[in-house]
Design a protein around this ligand. Structure first.
Ligand code: MG
Length: 414
């Protein structure tokens, strides 16, 4: 059966550990692991960088065991929100090549580039361009499996692209028998340890053995899961790449506790603008904009407890920092009676894709367009050179928390 589709599966090498390496240049060249709590020896390794793996350290291993294998290993705490944000950023980059991008896990995404080839070239060219861009823009290494369906792309990635030098491999259906069938059954994704034992008890030791067993027998014994595995062993997969639209995400919100009570509008404006920038930057990275903004203010605990949390719908969806700030400032004007403020938070909800840029009837569109682009450019500079590489003049004021927050690992996203 001839299938004309071109599917890519992109997998990030040692995702969490590589992000930590990319963001902490002082650890360059050192073996690094991400582990639950570095202060507790009982922690488990969530991710090991390639250097650490060379020393024999494996994912899911106990931290103290890893430290025995390599005493000078760098141990960092996980920053899940950060990893999710990078994953969304990758989805967004892939979205420039096709609207059919489907996250498979936090570090793996399918994309259907069947209809993209006239614009961007053959699947191999698209794969290597994406690989180069991810290297350049995020300092991460992607491996890409290419196939006529998801199963072939996944097998191409797991069994070849992860192991060869280029990190790219194309697997066609007619290569299955020679390249895939001789491999042990445990090489087939979806076959866990227990399943492998079951299969072996039936005399199924290789992927080829499974492929050539009668499908109905496998289905009878293992149900739907068995049937899917049997189809995979035969390189068959009819499931399309579907847009997942990052359904889980309902909004973005950031807050901060201030070092002292803030009592003037001027001081609050400085930190609120910084929070608006953080929220908008996260939205831009995720390819989103929001229609509703919220402001939360909390009084210091030693005085009479005062607080409010209010929201407002903007005239049009946006991720332009100043537009969000104007909304937040409106809420401040309406609801703050001057009580001393110790904690502030800003939120954005009612999200939609930033591809659906609405023509605002009220504003000068060209100007909005430019303002929007400036946001993305500033993000890009900060991603490359650090959070404080470019900042607003207001952040030079004494009330600013920007530099302080930029030093906190994970502080932004907690
Ligand atoms: Mg991976």
């Amino acid at each position: 059966m001839k299938n004309e589709k071109a599917i890519l599966l992109l997998d990030m090498e040692s995702f969490y550990a590589s992000i930590e390496h990319a963001e902490n240049l002082q650890y360059a060249g050192k073996p690094l692991v991400v582990s639950g709590d570095p202060n507790r020896r009982s922690g488990v390794i969530l991710a090991a960088c390639p250097l650490a793996k060379e020393k024999g350290i494996q994912n899911a291993e106990r931290l103290y065991e890893a430290q025995q294998k390599c005493s000078d290993i760098v141990v960092v705490k996980p920053r899940m929100q950060k990893y999710v944000d990078v994953s969304l950023r990758i989805s967004k980059l892939l979205g420039e090549y096709t609207d059919l991008v489907e996250p498979y896990s936090i570090d793996e995404q399918f994309m259907d580039v069947t209809g993209s080839q006239r614009l961007f070239g053959a699947p191999q060219e698209i794969a290597s361009e994406i690989q180069e861009r991810i290297k350049e823009e995020m300092n991460l290494r992607a491996r890409v499996g290419i196939g006529e369906n998801k199963v072939l792309a996944k097998l191409a990635c797991d069994l070849f692209a992860k192991k060869n030098k280029s990190g790219i491999y194309t697997l066609t259906e007619d290569m299955m028998e020679l390249e895939i069938w001789p491999r042990p059954i445990s090489d087939l994704f979806g076959v866990g340890k227990r399943m492998a034992i079951h299969f072996k008890s039936m005399g199924i030791r290789t992927i080829g053995h499974l492929a050539q067993t009668e499908g109905s027998r496998i289905k009878e014994k293992f149900g739907l899961h068995g049937q899917v595995l049997w189809m995979s062993a035969n390189g068959i997969d009819y499931s399309p790449v579907t847009r997942a639209a990052h359904a889980g995400r309902k909004g973005f919100g950031n807050g901060m506790t201030l070092p002292r009570d803030y009592t003037t509008k001027e001081d609050l404006h400085v930190v609120l603008l910084e929070l608006c920038e953080e929220v908008c930057s996260r939205a831009r990275h995720a390819g989103k904009m929001g229609a509703t903004v919220s402001l939360g203010l909390n009084g210091a605990s030693h005085v009479e407890k005062r607080s409010f949390h209010r929201q407002l719908t903007l005239p049009t969806e946006t991720n332009i920092t100043m537009e969000v700030f104007n909304g937040v400032n409106q809420l401040l004007e309406q609801h703050w009676d001057g009580f001393p403020v110790r904690r502030v938070s800003v939120g954005m909800t009612n999200l939609q894709s930033d591809q659906n840029w609405q023509m605002s009837l009220l504003d000068d569109n060209q100007n909005r367009d430019r303002l929007s682009q400036i946001g993305y450019v500033m993000d890009h500079i900060r991603d490359k050179y650090g959070k404080v590489a470019i900042q607003r003049a207001s952040s030079l004021k004494q009330a600013s928390q920007l530099v302080d927050r930029s030093k906190k690992i994970g502080g932004h996203y907690k």
